[in-house]
Design a protein around this ligand. Sequence first.
Ligand code: SF4
Length: 373
Amino acid sequence: MDRSLGIYLHIPFCLRKCNYCDFCSFPKREEDMSLYVSELCRRLEAYAKDASDHTVDTIYFGGGTPTLLPIELFEKIFESIWKKYHIAKNVEVSCECNPASCTAEYISSLHVLGFNRMSIGLQSTSDEELRILGRAHSYSDFLSTFEAARRAGFSNISADLMYALPSQSISSFKRSLEELTSLCPEHISAYGLKIEEGTPFFEKVDSLSLPDEEEQAEMYLLLSSFLHDRGYEKYEISNFSHKGMESKHNLKYWSGEEYLGFGVAAHSFFGGERFGNSRDMEGFLAGKDIVAERYRSSETEQRDEYVMLSLRLAKGLDLGDFKSRFGVDFLSEHPNVRSYIDGDFMSMTDGRIKFTDKGFFVSNYILSELIDA
Ligand code: SF4
């Protein structure tokens, strides 16, 4: 049992749909929760034999809004996992939490049940920005949730922020950073807003007063330097933590480790295969197989995946490891990396290639150039 495994559970229920959201989530379907969880448990238990030589060291409930589930449904899922899988003693058990959906008593029950990491969706400390985003909570709801989590015993709390929001200024983003860091969460994730097709924001994008590219870059650089000065290490393009408090589960995605995802729209990487479920909620509830794609990467694809994933991490790509895995020299294969180093978008130290802060902001563009080269 020397192989570790992460388990991801997708809980697709939400109070209402936020204006920017294209995640797989369904508002107002509380009546389906019980059947959804029964289906999750059935599939979790059915898959367990394939993972009998694995030890589960991370479990992550994402969504959607997992904290809409009644505690007894969480108990059911825990029972299935603990009954059927080998669980590491120090397993990290995370729950995404929406401040609009939790009472102190509920948070305390999550801790008693076995959760040891809470990831709270804040997004902004400005109530006006939260209103524009269509979030169902205020900053003061977040403060109550955060304090309740601390009182319940959570010593590993993450908070999500967003930047590049409509009408957001550099100074209001800085205020969000100041107010959030004054609470000392162990971990902060911060993502730039992307306007996705099919969302209310997409429909009215021309009327949104969005920061231009220069302001967005300024916000990202501010994010990196501000958090660095307050003791947070950037370990991934959008993730920052106190030393040793990185998300073990999310690191699996970026380090090419195995994980199994359950529920609608959940993805897996297991036994050398990548496979993902569709968003077919009705099919899932009816017990159907909703795997929409399944593939084994070719060697070129594996190389590209390795480059994409390792360069997302602040520690970057290990040139020696690349050579021993794929038998080719990364710099000879990607000579254009030299020009990114000269332009201060990347750096090379201790046998590793990594993005600088300036490079991280345009990393999607640079990565696409590297992969297509
Ligand atoms: S709470 Fe999260 S998953 Fe639900 S609608 Fe808002 S952004 Fe989407």
